[in-house]
Structures are given as C-alpha cells and as structure tokens.
Ligand binder design. Sequence first.
Ligand SMILES: Cc1cc2nc3c(=O)[nH]c(=O)nc-3n(C[C@H](O)[C@H](O)[C@H](O)COP(=O)(O)O)c2cc1C
Length: 290
Amino acid sequence: MIPIDPLKFDHSKFHRLLLGSIAPRPIALASTIDADGNPNLSPFSFFNAFGVNPATLIFSPSRRGRDNTTKHTYQNLREIPEVVINVVTYNMVQQVSLSSTEYPKGVNEFVKAGLTPLQSERIRPYRVSESPVQIECKVREIIETGDGPGAGNLVICDILLMHVDQSVLNDKQEIDQEKIDLVGRMGGDYYVRTSGNAKFIVPKPLSSMGIGIDRLPEKIRFSPFLSGNDLGQMGNLEELPDKDLIQNFGENTQLKAQISSNHNNVFTLAKNWIAEGRPADALALLMAFV
Ligand SMILES: Cc1cc2nc3c(=O)[nH]c(=O)nc-3n(C[C@H](O)[C@H](O)[C@H](O)COP(=O)(O)O)c2cc1C
C-alpha cells in the first residue's frame, strides 16, 4: 500500500484519487436561480441523502482548484437559498454533462443543454422535466470546509417536496430499480449505468443475526478456494447445517464419486451452489467433505 497524506500531496492529484476511489457517486442535477431570477443548472456528484427526519440532502459545489473561485450554484444559493435536486438517468446523461460546461454567469444551462424547465410548487428554481425524480429543497445551512482552492461547500438541504414519475414506481409505490436506470459518476470520464447485470442483489443480513464467518470451520474459513463473498454468504446463515444434511451429502454416492476424482471439485461445486443461492447446502457439502 502507498501511504498518501493529503496535506503533502498536490490538491488536484488528490482530488483525482478521491474521485477514482469514492465511486460510483450519485449525481444531483441542481437547479438554482440568482437574485434577478436567472436560472442555473449544474451537476454535482459530491452528493447524497443523509436522513429522513428531517429529510436531508447534501451536495457540494466546491471552490475551483485552479483559481479558488466559487461556482454559480454556490453564489446563487447565497442569494436565493432554494434548489431543486433532480436525479440523473441514462437517457439524459449527455445533456447533464453538457450542463456542467462553465458558461458565464447568467447563461441558462436549461437552454444550452436542451432540458425543459418545469415550475416548482414550493420554491422559485425550476425542476427538470426529463428527470423522473425532482426534489424541491430549501437550504438550511452551508458549511464551508475551507477557503482555499478545492475546499468544499456543504449545502445542507431540507426536502420540501419530492416529485416522482409514476413510470418508475413498482406496484408497492417504491422506486423500481429496473425502470429508473440511474447513472453514477466514477473517476475520469467514467460513469456507471445501473441497468442489466451492472446491478446485482445482496440480501440484507438476517435480522435474526447470521452465524458470522468466525463460526465456519477453520478448513472452510481459511480455504484458498473460497472468496470473501463466498464466506460472507455462508456467514449469513441462521445456523450451521444440521448433522443429517451433512451426513446425507457425505453418503451420496454420486457426490462421493465426483469428489474423489479430484478433491478440488468439492469447492467448485460449493461455489456453484452459493452462486445459485444455496449457501446452506454449500456449507453442508463442505462440512461433509473438507
Ligand atoms: C457528473 C458531474 C459531477 C460533478 N460533480 C461536481 C461536484 O460534486 N462538485 C463540484 O464542485 N463540481 C462538480 N462538477 C463540475 C460542475 O458541474 C461544473 O464546475 C459546473 O460548471 C458548475 O456550474 P455552475 O458554476 O453553474 O454552478 C461535476 C460535473 C459533472 C459532469
């Protein structure tokens, strides 16, 4: 490992290290207006949600690294502390990227990026019609993390009203992750699209509490054939497999033949079963033969 002390490292290089490793990041397409009512639109990926009571979003239009100037979004929020945060989907990502162009103050990025402004209900900045989730917010506080180049300006927002397009909801009125097709920002020019097999499911840890990897027999726990992901799924079982199941596998002639031809087969088979969502069977198999 290479130790890197941010105090002794070039800011822009450290910024790139952060962007490349704290990723993928959600993107807030922030719509603001200045005191004269000129709209402004820009994306920010130093962004997330931080609680629901009160419902809070935070994003950071940072000071520019090259000349320590502040961004129009930040300036507008100091004038009119209201913002619509719009989520970004694959269908609009090129326009969103275009809206990040550093146009002079007063230039309307809705126009430049060809996105459609929609009147908000509780605040003055416009929503972005193309975004399936538009969140009207009032700024509670702005925390400046510093005053030098690259310093963050944490804009802490209270959510006043969230608009959700019916078409991205499932029948439980929750956001359907297959339908919404969000994108995230990574390092360099990389983005990630959350569709197809870019998405995968990790079942939540058991509320009844899994046994933990430490309870797996040592020969299994320290096997070079099993990955951390394999062990994690077996550690999430409610209990160790019962003796009968282990014995059944141990006496199964087909399994015995398969494994005696090459002992590593037991691990290959166990890994396949884990991948198929059968970690309990996999653990019983391993306990029978390892
Ligand atoms: C996807 C994406 C994410 C971005 N995230 C940030 C960010 O978190 N903070 C930031 O200061 N700039 C970020 N930028 C750059 C700003 O969007 C860019 O500086 C923009 O011109 C600021 O516009 P404004 O001056 O109108 O506020 C991002 C750009 C893109 C394309």
